[in-house]
Design a protein. Structure first.
Length: 237
């Protein structure tokens, strides 16, 4: 992990500061950072202040991918600082095989969608092996209809509890969160084996069943943002 202090952070990103918050899943404290960035307003000269390894990692990326990549690092840095409370920001660097590296005893996850980026971090414990997050813009009606049979493994249910665009986007995002959580501990799930078996609007949970060899049920927590027209989902395993 490469640490930067507050002055370096301001010099690199200026106004580009994400929103950071804490929330509870079960009995676990989760730190989340979220930002909405603008490609047009980003100053490419900010890359000059980056650590050498980061500049090397992204030097051949298209400009939009560079900004998404850095936005993810900014969010992970601020989420970690908020979780660890040590007054420093951490850059998330990559191992030689491209896997995400977090500090010892910390699990984290990052997601991008359009101009939105979010990162979540949590301390590992006997109850928590990993965390997954996903963020999705609410899809169009036609895309939701096209995906409904694949996502739900059946025709659109007659008792759907919300608009089809929100329903299908939520289930898709919940599957993505679960897939990411398992991937971070070296387990690759098949989307064909992840089934939505229920949504509780009051508790804001989407229940997924994963088939063999795991054969277990997981509760994915969700949040809809009407302002940004998106959904965020989170799951602990």
């Amino acid at each position: 992990m490469y640490k930067i202090n507050q002055e370096q952070y301001k010099r690199i990103f200026g106004y580009f500061k994400p929103i950071t918050k804490n929330f509870i899943i079960g009995s676990q404290n989760v730190s989340q950072s979220f930002c909405h960035f603008s490609v047009d307003n980003f100053n490419i000269n900010n890359f000059d202040d980056l650590p050498l390894k980061l500049k090397k990692d992204i030097q051949n990326f298209p400009i939009r991918r560079k900004i998404e990549f850095l936005a993810g690092r900014v969010c992970s840095a601020t989420a970690l600082e908020n979780l660890l409370r040590d007054g420093e920001y951490y850059w998330r660097l990559k191992s030689s095989n491209g896997a995400v590296l977090w500090p010892n005893n910390i699990a984290g996850s990052i997601s991008h969608s359009n101009n939105f980026v979010t990162a979540v971090t949590i301390k590992l414990s006997n109850e928590v092996q990993s965390i997954g997050v996903d963020i999705e813009k609410i899809m169009s009606t036609q895309k939701a209809i096209d995906l409904s049979e694949t996502i739900l493994k059946c025709s659109t249910p007659s008792d759907m509890i919300m608009d089809i665009t929100h329903y299908i986007t939520l289930v898709f995002s919940a599957q993505e969160s679960l897939y990411k959580a398992f991937s971070s501990i070296g387990i690759t799930l098949s989307y064909e084996d992840i089934f939505c078996i229920g949504i509780n609007k009051e508790k804001k949970t989407c229940t997924l069943h994963v088939g063999n060899p795991i054969n277990k049920v997981f509760e994915v927590h969700f949040y809809f943002s009407k302002y940004y027209n998106l959904v965020m989902t989170y799951v602990l395993i």
